[in-house]
Ligand binder design. Structure first.
Ligand SMILES: [Zn+2]
Length: 128
């Protein structure tokens, strides 16, 4: 009989919090590390295709967006300020660099951070 409790693998052992985080960041199931965590860009399937871990109770809500904004803001704002301080380029140059950078970083990081947040939630047994 498979063990479906949060924080356990299909083999009954408990993956470490760091292993779960790594699996989630790679957008893989936090329990088995093989099933896909997303069926689309950010769409979460009902369960893991490999170990049948139910993903429905793992609700990340707005946390991935907060963490993504936090990280992207700590890259973009210092970059913009340093460029202004060192080169003082025209505003259109700043905007043409930092607006696309913000968009690309945000959309690029969001699925990875959502996967890591979901894995951390599952690993800490904070589901439901
Ligand atoms: Zn799985």
């Amino acid at each position: 009989m498979m063990d479906y409790r949060p924080g356990t693998t299909i083999y009954g052992s408990t993956p470490s919090w760091l292993d779960c985080l790594r699996r989630g960041f790679c957008r893989r199931c936090p329990r088995c590390g093989e099933g896909r965590l997303f069926s689309g860009y950010l769409s979460v399937p009902e369960s893991c295709g490999r170990c049948r871990l139910a993903f429905d109770p793992i609700r990340a809500d707005d946390a991935p967006a907060y963490f993504t904004i936090f990280l992207v803001g700590h890259v973009v704002v210092p970059g913009l300020l340093m460029m202004e301080q060192w080169y003082a380029p025209p505003t259109w140059v700043q905007l043409s660099i930092w607006l696309p950078a913000t968009l690309i970083l945000t959309l690029g990081l969001l699925p990875y951070i959502k996967g890591a947040v979901m894995a951390a939630i599952w690993s800490s047994k904070a589901t439901g």
